[in-house]
Ligand binder design. Structure first.
Ligand code: NAI
Ligand code: MG
Length: 513
């Protein structure tokens, strides 16, 4: 393989990591190894379409080795039975170490995913660090309950007996985790940190489009020497070759997936063999609902960043705008004006003024462009954007706003996962009718409500069928807040205390006193 040349100012660690003749390897049982088949796949810079690295293409044989390592580590108890405060200390140290590598991780993310290096530096990386830190505290808070049973009072089966019952929270075991490409480092952290806090061992598969930051994270963790071998294993590879064997593996106790609803359904089916526990964080078609009494300037800014953040490649993107007819023109024109002024260019050149990078891949580019065409064919009107360019190898789509859209249009129903906003007028003042329009989707991940009236805002929050409702904001995340979907947006929650249910079993213990 020829040496790679990259036309950006790179952090020296990124240079070392990426500009190499050697394919990136799998991480199994504490060792970096090639895939058994010897196959590799290429990783590209989505701003240029040029190859930046190649990675081992794992398959079921590699998954099997990783699962054996994770099983062995789990059963020996090197991690699963470590004292909670020791685990907590290690997770906290890891958060510090990741933070020390913040700049290079942000660069790697921008290079691999196409996102702005500045955004990666203020969002992706610090959120990943914060989740490790939050989960460090979680390790000492996995408490059961003592439960007073009625048999204590009036036990007719064994008169006179007294029972004492309590619950234990135990790690679920070996966890398989499959993640997408939109927030590669953050999704890896959302998965790895709580599983480790719970005492589980992990086999994680990054997305084939963006494997680099998870590999670098693993190098950083491995170099720290803080985790016992076999606790964290990384298998890079394609979905059907390396992801599917995780979903179907008989010795994986639980699979946690983030990605498309379509693959979420495949994972659920594949998991049936050993009835492994499944949690899914899937697609969305989140509404942003603007009432006439909202702070309209704030709503315009919020709606625009709700859809254009991360180029719309965000599961909770506010992709359907519902604005009341009294403010519809003002809001759509305001959002269109912002869209027009967003400078599109390579994420690594953010310093030179580019604010929105390319989409992650040619596949995603074709998909988004296809949805824009389908919207036009269905009679929607493009207010701004609608243009795109892949002539120089990068996958650029300009921020786009459509009007004259309705709930029957394909691009209003399906997840576009690009910087494309559809807009509809609210012509009704009945909150139930507004909510039912907003809820008219098979998804239920998030929503934002824009109103100064606390009564309207809270009533809408309760009427929306989604796992997250933002009031006068959009895309606000916190490690302590549970995040996940109603309906076909998935099941289970990421982050917060609720996330721990994904990785823990509950055992009821009853003692005959
Ligand atoms: P995807 O769902 O195919 O990929 C997500 C992960 O699943 C990747 O690691 C992939 O390798 C793996 N995978 C694929 N097929 C698999 C299988 N049969 N068994 C096990 N693992 C498998 O998503 P894709 O194709 O990259 O994007 C398609 C659409 O999915 C996007 O346009 C978007 O609408 C949606 N999506 C939603 C995300 C979210 O955060 N909810 C993230 C990424 C994509
Ligand atoms: Mg796919």
């Amino acid at each position: 393989m020829e040496a790679l040349k990259i036309d950006y100012d790179l952090n020296t660690n990124v240079e070392k990591f990426i500009v190499t003749n050697q394919a990136k390897q799998l991480f199994i049982n504490g060792n970096w190894v090639d895939s058994k088949s010897g196959k590799t796949f290429d990783v590209e810079d989505p701003a240029t379409g040029k190859k930046i690295a190649s990675c081992a293409a794992g398959d079921e044989k590699d998954v099997d080795l990783a699962v054996k390592a994770a099983r062995n580590a789990f059963e020996t108890g090197s991690w699963s039975k470590m004292a909670p405060n020791e685990k907590g200390k290690i997770l906290w140290k890891l958060s510090d170490i990741i933070e020390e590598h913040a700049q290079e991780l942000a660069q790697l993310e921008a290079l691999d995913n196409g996102k702005s290096v500045v955004v990666a530096g203020v969002a992706d990386v610090p959120l990943a660090v914060d989740l490790f830190r939050y989960m460090a505290g979680m390790a000492t808070k996995l408490e059961g309950q003592t439960i007073p049973g009625s048999f204590l009072v009036n036990n007719t089966l064994s008169p006179g007996a007294q029972f004492h019952s309590y619950t234990l929270r135990e790690p679920i075991g070996v966890v398989g985790q499959i993640i997408p490409w939109n927030f590669p480092l953050l999704m890896a952290s959302w998965k790895i940190a709580p599983a480790l806090a719970a005492g589980c061992t992990v086999v994680l598969k990054p997305a084939e489009q963006t494997p680099l930051s998870a590999l670098r994270l693993t190098e950083i963790i491995n170099d720290s020497g803080l985790l016992p071998e076999g606790v964290l294993n990384i298998i890079t590879g394609l979905g059907e070759e390396a992801g599917a064997p995780i979903a179907s593996h008989p010795d994986i106790d639980k699979v946690a997936f983030t990605g498309s609803t379509e693959v979420g359904k495949l994972i659920t089916k594949a998991s049936a063999g050993n009835l492994k526990k499944v949690t899914l964080e899937l697609g969305g078609k989140s509404p942003a609902i603007v009432f006439p009494d909202a702070d309209i300037d704030a709503a315009i800014q919020g709606v625009a960043s709700g859809i254009f953040f991360n180029h719309g490649q965000t599961c909770c993107a506010g992709s359907r705008l519902f604005a009341h007819e009294k403010v519809y023109e003002k809001v759509t024109e305001g959002v269109a004006e912002i869209a027009k002024n967003i400078k599109v260019g390579p994420g690594m050149h953010d310093k030179d003024g580019s604010q929105m990078g390319p989409l992650v891949s040619n596949e995603q580019y074709e998909k988004v462009v296809g949805y824009m065409e389908s919207g036009k064919n269905d009679g929607a009107e493009c207010l701004v954007g609608g243009t795109h360019d892949n002539s120089k190898g990068g996958h650029f789509v300009h921020p786009t706003v459509f009007s004259k859209t309705n709930a029957d249009m394909k691009f209003v129903k399906e997840e576009i996962f690009g910087p494309v906003l559809t807009t509809q007028k609210i012509t009704d003042d009945d909150l139930n009718n507004i909510a039912s329009e907003a809820n008219n989707t098979e998804f239920g991940l998030a929503a934002s409500v824009w109103s100064k009236d606390i009564s309207t805002a809270h009533k809408m929050a309760s009427k929306i069928k989604a796992g997250t409702v933002w009031i006068n904001c959009h895309n606000v995340f916190d490690s302590a807040l549970p995040f996940g979907g109603y309906k076909q947006s998935g099941n289970g929650r990421e982050m917060g205390f609720e996330c721990m249910d994904n990785y823990l079993e509950t055992k009821a213990v009853t003692v005959n006193l």
